[in-house]
Design a protein around this ligand. Structure first.
Ligand code: AMP
Length: 278
C-alpha cells in the first residue's frame, strides 16, 4: 500500500495506472463502516484509493474540527489489512494553499435537513469532493447511506457537472445494538453509548408501523419523536419524513420512497441516522 500526501506526486502515479480506480473519501478515524466501502470497492475495481482528510471547510465555527479524532497510524494499519492500494493524505495547506478561492455549491437539496442546520457544510463537502475527484479520477466513488443527504448532494453535483464517474451507495454498518458506526461515537461515555441505540430503535419502530400499513408522514414522525422522547439523554435536533429523492418534507402520504432521518444530541455529541422506506 502506498501512502501519498502531495497532489503532484499522486497525480504522477495516477497517470501510470491502467484500469479502473474505486475511490473512498474519508475523514479518517476509520471503522468497519469505512472498511465495508473499501471492501466493496476492491471487489469492483482494479485499484482502490482512500483519502484521509479532515476537511476544515465542512465544519462550522461552533463544530468539532479541532477535537475531531485523528488516528492515522491505526487507519493505515486497517487499510493495509484489507488490501487497499493507495492512501491519499494531504494536509490542509496542500488542499487549500494560500490564494485558494473556488467553491462548489449545490443549491436546493442542501437547503433542508443537515444543510438547514449546518449552513456551509455541504459547500465544504462538494468543494473538497470535487477536488478529490479531479485528483483521483475514479471510475466509481463509494459513499455510505448513513450520510443520506451527502449522497443526494454529491449525486446532484456529479449529474449537474457531468463528472465522469459513478456514485455507489453502500448500506449503513451498525453495531450489534443498532447504533450506526461513526467516528463521533467515541465521544460518548458509557451511559451515553448505552442511550445511543434509541435513534435506530425509533427508525425501526416507524418501519414496522409502515410495514403494517401506516404511511402517513405525520404519524411516522410522531412515532420517531415518541420513541426518542423515552430516552432522557436524547435531545432531538430534528426528525424528518421526507421524499427520498428531493428530500422535501412530506405532509401527505406518497407512493414514492420516504427518507426517515434525524439528528439527535446525546450530551455534546450530535448523532445522525436514517432509513429509507420503499
Ligand atoms: P467520514 O469519514 O465520516 O467522512 O465518512 C466517510 C464515508 O464513510 C462516507 O461516505 C460515510 O457515509 C461513510 N460511512 C461512515 N460511517 C458509515 C457507516 N456506519 N456505514 C456505512 N458507511 C459509513
Amino acid at each position: 500500500m502506498k501512502n501519498i500526501s502531495a497532489i503532484a506526486e499522486f497525480q504522477a502515479g495516477r497517470q501510470k495506472l491502467k484500469g479502473t480506480v474505486g475511490f473512498i473519501p474519508t475523514m479518517g478515524c476509520l471503522h468497519e463502516g469505512h472498511l465495508a466501502l473499501v471492501k466493496q470497492a476492491l471487489a469492483e475495481n482494479d485499484y482502490v484509493v482512500v483519502s484521509i482528510f479532515v476537511n476544515p471547510k465542512q465544519f462550522g465555527p461552533q463544530e468539532d474540527l479541532a477535537a475531531y479524532p485523528r488516528t492515522l497510524a491505526n487507519d493505515l494499519k486497517l487499510l493495509r489489512s484489507v488490501g487497499c492500494d493507495f492512501v491519499f493524505t494531504p494536509d490542509v495547506s496542500e488542499m487549500y494553499p494560500e490564494g485558494f478561492q473556488t467553491e462548489v455549491r449545490v443549491q436546493e437539496v442542501t437547503k433542508v435537513l443537515e444543510g438547514a442546520r449546518r449552513p456551509n457544510h455541504f459547500a465544504g463537502v462538494t468543494t473538497v469532493v470535487c477536488k478529490l475527484f479531479n485528483i483521483v479520477q475514479p471510475a466509481r466513488a463509494y459513499f455510505g447511506q448513513k450520510d443520506a443527504q451527502q449522497v443526494a448532494v454529491v449525486k446532484q453535483m456529479v449529474a449537474d457537472l457531468a463528472m465522469p464517474l459513478k456514485i455507489v451507495v453502500a448500506p449503513t454498518v451498525r453495531a450489534a445494538d443498532g447504533l450506526a458506526l461513526s467516528s463521533r461515537n467515541r465521544y460518548l461515555d458509557q451511559q451515553q453509548r448505552a442511550a445511543a441505540p434509541v435513534l435506530y430503535r425509533s427508525l425501526t419502530t416507524a418501519q414496522i408501523a409502515y410495514q403494517k400499513g401506516e404511511n402517513s408522514p405525520k404519524a411516522l414522525r410522531k412515532i420517531l419523536e415518541t420513541i426518542l422522547a423515552e430516552e432522557p439523554l436524547a435531545e432531538i435536533d430534528y426528525v424528518s419524513v421526507a421524499d427520498a429523492t428531493t428530500l422535501k418534507e412530506l405532509d401527505l402520504s406518497t407512493h414514492q420512497p420516504m427518507l426517515l432521518s434525524m439528528a439527535v444530541r446525546i450530551g455534546k455529541t450530535r448523532l445522525i441516522d436514517n432509513i429509507v422506506l420503499l
